[in-house]
Design a protein around this ligand. Structure first.
Ligand code: FES
Length: 249
């Protein structure tokens, strides 16, 4: 395949940035999108040019590090992660536009790499269960109905890639935050800190500058893990019930 790539190049956060066009040839349809970028970078390095910076880690659809906005969609034309997108989704002669996630809370660090530490701070605000270390409890000590366990595990599928924020016209992080709140609020182990968790995580989400949800549903449509927006409704219930019954705010 021969392709034309229009890639966002930006030296640093302060730089204005802009698109740069590259021609690339000999791309196999069996390559992943990131492997195609590896070929581009080898070419650029051979010519003594600065390679295109992009995020990646596991390349197996697990870690959530890959984060490219391809032809106007987070992670490109398939509902999957960028690392699991293959070049067979494109055709010979295509012009492919590659951008970083666009959101005020995700400033561009360089080229296609954005700073997603806002997500880390939302998790730090309450996305955990406090436990005393000790012996591992028996797996069946606390029975959990399968329907509840399934909902919790579905929410736990979120890999925190940020595609929901990139897809949303409001740059809202409510799908991410609600998945993290839901996976704990649904399970018995998450009950003790349930109220304070909802209050603190929502407050941190707002403090980071993410927008509000206006029920467009783009986040669910683009999420590589199919996280449901019913989690947002659950988060709103968790938050309101925490606020009306709490003396901590
Ligand atoms: S690189 Fe880990 S999910 Fe894509």
């Amino acid at each position: 395949m021969n392709l034309t790539l229009k890639v966002w190049r930006q030296k640093n956060t302060a730089d204005q940035g802009g698109f740069k066009e590259y021609k690339i040839s000999g791309i196999s349809e069996d390559m992943s999108f990131l492997e195609m970028l590896d070929v581009l970078n080898e070419d650029l390095s051979t010519k003594g040019e600065d390679p295109v910076h992009f995020d990646h880690d596991c390349r197996e659809g697990i870690c959530g590090m890959c984060s490219l906005y391809i032809d106007g969609k987070p992670h490109g034309p398939q509902q999957t992660t960028t690392c699991q997108l293959h070049m067979r989704s494109f055709s010979d002669g295509d012009v492919i536009t590659i951008e970083p996630w666009r959101a005020k809370a995700f400033p561009v660090l360089k080229d296609l790499v954005v700073n997603r530490s806002a997500f880390d701070r939302i998790i730090q605000a309450g996305g955990y269960v406090s436990v005393n270390t000790g012996g591992v409890p028996d797996a069946n000590e606390i029975p959990i109905p399968k329907s509840i366990a399934d909902l919790a595990m579905d929410a736990a599928q979120c890999i925190g890639c940020g595609a929901c924020v990139a897809a949303c016209k409001n740059a809202s992080a409510m799908l991410f935050t609600s998945a993290k709140i839901s996976q704990l609020a649904l399970l018995p182990q998450g009950q003790v800190e349930r109220k304070i968790r909802a209050e603190k995580m929502v407050a941190q989400m707002d403090a980071e500058g993410f927008g509000a949800c206006t029920n467009t549903g783009a986040c669910e449509a683009e999420c590589p893990k199919g996280i449901s927006i019913t989690n947002i409704a659950r988060m709103n219930r968790e938050y309101f019930s925490a606020v009306v019954s709490s003396d901590s705010v």
